[in-house]
Design a protein around this ligand. Structure first.
Ligand SMILES: Cc1ncc(COP(=O)(O)O)c(C=O)c1O
Length: 388
């Protein structure tokens, strides 16, 4: 392979670009995970994550990918054969449903066309129908990374309350945490699932659960077999800054630095930056004459934009042109959107010039790949960004 000059553009919607400050923190010498210095590091990481999830409740950190944190949410709160309500908003919602089924749960999986989020009306109707309260949990993906659609979690909570149903609410914030406003406590979420490699600007390797008092109480009687994922020994050892098994020490150094960076910028400013970049991206897509996957403006994602490929053009062939020519990775279409869409990740450690560089690569790629489009997308983004 010939060497490429300049930096690779990693514009997939996670893993995201890891800032130099975090890379340097990761490279510190590994320390004794049973010593006092580690205990301070762990406590700082957990307390910082509580601020990110906006919760005063327990947060646990697994040495795992996000999939592990999904499993932890299910096995700690549910019993074999329990009923759940889930929504097919895209590929990741489907994978979480598949996991629940493999674990022996019964899932009512509400279909969508993968261009909309969770429909709060349907949540309410389904829960009202369930008079015996057989449904034990509603589990939704906040930001569907495969499509760029953000579901309205507070509205889902409101409808659950209006139906007077006691099911737990679980939300996957894997591609929204630290990028899009999210409030575990205020929104009444029982288990929030997160991970390290997206808005938190870290490499993959940390899986996260934020846990409400109600979820903790449910875990006392839940009968799903669990060992590695068991919250109880985690929370007990975490109180003193320790873990029941070897933690991902160096990732915790990275976490501390990433949290410092987010707090220095201010979470509200971080969210506003993501919103601005997403709007600039959509303006570019619109000017190109292409279509954004998300059909409801209330559900536009601020962390990524899914773009429909014109009929007869393969999104992956287009992505290959961009990778070969400009050394930029765009997100592939997943599941039933394979070949039909590409995804532009604009989350994490990202700024205006990185965004305009990314959009320039897309616009040049469209021309080189012979995809029908109108020029002017980058100009539309520049005009918007410079007017802000
Ligand atoms: C929304 C969402 N949920 C879950 C996952 C699975 O996480 P992981 O690949 O870290 O196991 C991903 C991965 O991209 C995701 O985007």
């Amino acid at each position: 392979m010939s060497s490429k000059s300049g930096r690779h553009f990693l514009q997939i919607p996670g893993p995201t670009n890891v800032p130099d400050r975090v890379l340097q923190a990761l490279s510190r010498p590994t320390i004794d995970h049973r010593g006092p210095e580690f205990a301070r590091l762990a406590r700082e990481g957990i307390e910082g994550l509580q601020q990110i999830f906006k919760t005063s409740g327990a947060v646990v950190i697994y040495p795992s990918s996000g999939t592990g944190a999904w499993e932890a949410a299910l096995v700690n709160t549910l019993s074999p054969g329990d009923k759940m309500l889930m929504f097919e908003t895209g590929h990741f919602a489907t994978l979480w449903r598949n996991m629940a089924v493999k674990l022996g749960l019964q899932v009512d999986f509400v279909p969508t066309n993968w261009r909309h989020g969770v429909e709060p009306d349907v949540v309410e109707a389904k829960l009202r129908e369930d008079r015996s309260h057989a449904i034990k949990a509603v589990a939704i993906v906040h930001n569907e990374t495969s499509t760029g659609v953000t579901s309205r979690v507070p509205e889902v909570r409101r409808r659950m309350d209006r139906a007077g149903h006691p099911a737990l609410l679980m939300a996957d914030t894997i591609s929204s945490l630290g990028s899009i406003d999210y409030r575990h406590d205020d929104w009444g979420v029982d288990v929030t699932v997160g991970c390290s490699q997206k808005g938190l600007m870290l490499p993959p390797g940390l899986g996260l659960n934020a846990i409400s008092e109600k979820a903790l109480a449910a875990s006392k009687s839940a009968r799903m077999p669990r060992s590695y994922w068991d919250w109880e020994p985690m929370i007990k050892d975490n109180t003193a800054g320790f873990f029941p098994y070897t933690p991902a020490t160096n990732l915790l150094y990275g976490l501390r630095e990433a949290l410092h960076m987010l707090f220095e910028e201010g979470l509200e400013n971080v969210f506003a930056r993501h919103t601005r970049h997403a709007e600039a991206t959509r303006r570019a897509v619109q000017a190109w004459g292409l279509e954004v996957v998300c059909l409801n403006p209330e559900e536009y994602s601020s962390s990524l934009t899914g773009v429909m490929m014109p009929e007869g053009h393969d999104a992956d062939a287009f992505r290959k042109v961009i990778l070969d020519r400009f050394d930029m990775s765009l997100g592939t279409g997943l599941g039933k959107l394979k070949g039909k869409i590409f995804r532009i990740g604009h989350l994490g450690d990202f700024n205006e010039l990185m965004l305009t560089g990314t959009l320039s690569g897309v616009e040049m790629g469209l021309a080189i790949a012979g995809v029908p489009f109108k020029t002017g997308g980058v100009a539309a983004a520049l005009e918007y960004l410079s007017s802000q």
